[in-house]
Structure formats: structure tokens, C-alpha cells
Design a protein around this ligand. Structure first.
Ligand SMILES: [Zn+2]
Length: 346
């Protein structure tokens, strides 16, 4: 069964190992072109995230009996983020050029539909955290011209647009101030261009600020259910309801730290630990509002999925748990298609 995936960080692997590894097969990555095509990966969001300049703190160093409270990441310099994003964007474009037509980055719904129906991987360029965008939005328009069609205003740190959630467990996502004046303008500019806005990583006040301004469906590309795993990164029932009411979608992530109720990071977590988040969202707001958002190559995932080759098994698991073919098609493909069509301008 073909599927669209809401989030991968595979460009990090392209940077480490070279674009050819992605094109020919890269066993050290969750995702590469041959394995993805084999598994039915017809399309997906390729995120560009500018890493912290200091090492990301190790969760184990902060783990206590009560959970963990990783410190909020430092703001990231605009010029550094701009140069870094440019470099990563070029790597993705290089992968497209050298793929001999197997990978195409799409910039409108016609291209998206065309390629997912062919044996071509439809890539969607996504920027995760808007540090590379200047307050005058020149870079935003430049990125649009280069094909970027999705943007997360914040990663898990503050920037001039708003503030992301730090990794806290257990914790509400209400961890800090909402969107700044510039952040509110950014939402309007993205609406104007038809760039999809991603609410994964934003704190709760930012979420509600964005929800009250945007004219597009609400989307969280890689977030799970807070009731089932109360990490600050997951969505409360009220946030889930708002996404449903906007005719939006939640891409359920396989990230180990976002699955279990007790917050324990268990590499042997069963597929049910992932699918229970899918069922919860489907039961609460409808099967039309839940999709896949792996976070391949951006996190650690259960061994039962292991990498992109595990997605067909996850689909089979959902089928055994009672999803019909029609429902599976919504989760794997149709919900992402609908939301992108509703968001992107013709
Ligand atoms: Zn992320």
C-alpha cells in the first residue's frame, strides 16, 4: 500500500554520508530511495532543521524517577541558520537531480497527485524552525520560489516568531509565551503564499495564536496524543479537537519518547504503542484527521518498525486491529492529499 509520510530528517543522513548513499541505499539511515520505493513511500515531507550549535542534551542525563526536564535550547543565529538551510536545500536538490526522475520535489497539488500515482517519489520541502527567515520575510519568498511548501514557525526553542516546547516529561505543552507580532505576520504571509504551517514543536499558546489567525487547516506533522503519553511535545485533547474542526490532520510519529504513558523509552515497544495513538485520534475526531508522520532519521523508533521497510507491517497491524481498506487509505494517503490540496494555492 502506497503512503505519504509527514516528516523525515533524512537530509541529515545525506549530509553525513553523501547524496549517493540515499540514492543507492543507505543501511545506516531509516530512509533511502530504493528501500522507500519498495515499501510504498510515494511521498513525504523532507524537513530541514538547523541543529543547535551546542550538542543536544542527552535525555539520560536528565532522567529522574519523576521524568525529565531537558533545558530549552538556546536561540539559533539567523545567518548561521540561513547558510545551513541553503546548504541542506542544495543537498536535497542534488538528490532530486541525480535520481534520474525517481525523486521529484513538488510545488503544487497537480504535481503531487501526478507523482504519487506514478512510480516517482513526491518530496515536499519543509523547513523546521524559521530561524533562517528574516523579519522582512525576504527569505520566505525566496524559499517559496525554490519550492518550499511547508514551514514549522518554531522548533523546540525560541526565535523571533515564537517559542517551541522544550522536551519535558510529564509536562503540559503550555510552557511559554505565544507567537510574537512577527510570528503572527509570518502566519499571514504563509497563508498568502499557500505554505503549509506545521504545529509540531510549538508551545500551546503559540498553537492557539496560530489557530486563531490562519485560514488553512491545522496540521501537526509529527505529534502524538498527550493523554496517552504526557510529554510536552504531544497534543492535548483540546488541540486535537481544534485540528479536527479545522479539517486538518495529525501525522502520528514513531518517536520512542512520544509513545508510552510512563514516558519510558523502550526500543522494544510494540507496534500497538504507535497504533493506539492513531486509534485514539480516529475515535475522537475521525479517521479523516490522522495520518503518518514517522520522524525517520530524526529520532529513535521501535525495533518492530526499524526503518521505512517496517511501514507495510504497521499498515498490516492496523488492518488486523480492524481498519478497513478505505480507512487505511485515508490514513496512509488521502488525508495528507486533502490537507495539502486545501492548503496550497493553485
Ligand atoms: Zn521534529
Amino acid at each position: 500500500m502506497k503512503f505519504i509520510d509527514g516528516h523525515n530528517d533524512t537530509v541529515i543522513k545525506m549530509k553525513e554520508n553523501g547524496v549517493n548513499c540515499f540514492l543507492r541505499g543507505d543501511r545506516s539511515a531509516h530512509l533511502d530511495l530504493p528501500r522507500a520505493m519498495n515499501a510504498g513511500f510515494s511521498g513525504g515531507f523532507f524537513a530541514i532543521y538547523t541543529p543547535d550549535r551546542s550538542d543536544f542534551p542527552q535525555l539520560e542525563d536528565y532522567q529522574t524517577q519523576e521524568g525529565y526536564q531537558l533545558p530549552l535550547s538556546e536561540p539559533c543565529d539567523h545567518h548561521y541558520a540561513y547558510q545551513y538551510t541553503d546548504y541542506m536545500l542544495n543537498l536535497l536538490k542534488q538528490a532530486e537531480r541525480n535520481s534520474q526522475g525517481a525523486l521529484k520535489f513538488v510545488s503544487n497539488k497537480e504535481e503531487l497527485l501526478k507523482y504519487v500515482n506514478e512510480d516517482t517519489m513526491a518530496g515536499i520541502l519543509h523547513i523546521e524552525g524559521a530561524e533562517s527567515i528574516d523579519p522582512d520575510f525576504k527569505a520566505l519568498y525566496d524559499y517559496f520560489d525554490k519550492g518550499v511548501r511547508s514551514l514549522g514557525p518554531v522548533w523546540s526553542r525560541p526565535n523571533i516568531f515564537g517559542e517551541g516546547v522544550p522536551y519535558h516529561f510529564p509536562s503540559s505543552p503550555d510552557t511559554g509565551p505565544g507567537l510574537t507580532k512577527k510570528g503572527k505576520q509570518l502566519v499571514k504571509e504563509c497563508n498568502k503564499l499557500g505554505i503549509m504551517l506545521d504545529l509540531s514543536h510549538i508551545n500551546e499558546r503559540g498553537f492557539w495564536d496560530l489557530a486563531s489567525i490562519t485560514n488553512a487547516p491545522l496540521v501537526a506533522t509529527h505529534s502524538n496524543v498527550h493523554t496517552l503519553c504526557p510529554i510536552s511535545r504531544n497534543l492535548t485533547d483540546q488541540q486535537i479537537d481544534a485540528i479536527g474542526e479545522s479539517n486538518g490532520v495529525i501525522g502520528v510519529t514513531y518517536s520512542l519518547n512520544m509513545l508510552r504513558k510512563d514516558g519510558i523509552i523502550d526500543a522494544n515497544a510494540s507496534m500497538t504503542e504507535i497504533t493506539k495513538h492513531i486509534h485514539y485520534i480516529a475515535e475522537r475526531i475521525g479517521i479523516e484527521h490522522v495520518a503518518l508522520g514517522s520522524d525517520f532519521d530524526g529520532t529513535t523508533i521501535p525495533k518492530t518498525v526499524e526503518d521505512v521497510r517496517g511501514v507495510p507491517g504497521l499498515m498490516d497491524h492496523l488492518q488486523r486491529e480492524g481498519l478497513t481498506q478505505r480507512e487505511l487509505k485515508k490514513v496512509s494517503m488521502d488525508n495528507w492529499l486533502r490537507v495539502l490540496e486545501d492548503t496550497w494555492k493553485a
